[in-house]
Design a protein. Structure first.
Length: 160
């Protein structure tokens, strides 16, 4: 049986290994705050507060990510106005209305996890099924008319 000191040292080592990055830990903390604040909201409050949270998330981004996120927000809300804006792990996201309120799409800025491109992604509840394999997250480096049209099409399909 290990001694108290041996057990303590083992756990200290695990914590020092940093299994998750600072960005990942921040994302988990953000989703915990989002879930806590969402409980007990009326649908109108959820939409208003979700939009406020989404705009705050965009405001914290570097200029290039913010510009892309704001344009994607405009594309998504024009494509499917019924989707509820909110944040998902601190990122701009869009959920179905109603009781389930499940997030179906999200914008992940490149600055979030310090990667080379932003993505626009979909959750499993999105209605994107297409045969035996389909994309669920798309790299976005530039919002051209063709890319904007594709995002709009995907969001419409995902919303069902």
């Amino acid at each position: 049986m290990p001694t108290k000191q041996a057990t303590k040292n083992r756990y200290e080592t695990r914590n020092d290994d940093k299994v998750f990055t600072e960005e990942e830990r921040a994302a988990v903390a953000a989703t915990a705050r989002e879930r806590k604040s969402a409980s007990g909201r009326s649908p109108a409050e959820e939409r208003a507060e979700g939009l406020q949270d989404l705009r705050a998330s965009l405001a914290k981004m570097p200029a290039d990510d913010r510009a892309m996120g704001e344009r994607i927000h405009a594309i998504v809300t024009a494509a499917v106005p019924a989707l509820v804006p909110k944040t998902y792990y601190g990122m701009p996201a869009y959920a179905r209305e109603g009781k389930d309120g499940k997030v179906i799409a999200f914008f992940k800025p490149k600055s979030k996890f310090k990667v080379r491109y932003s993505t626009f992604g979909f959750q499993p509840d999105a209605s994107l099924d297409d045969g035996e394999m389909w994309g669920t997250e798309f790299a976005v480096t530039k919002l051209t008319p063709k890319v904007e049209s594709r995002i709009s099409e995907l969001v419409k399909k995902a919303a069902g």
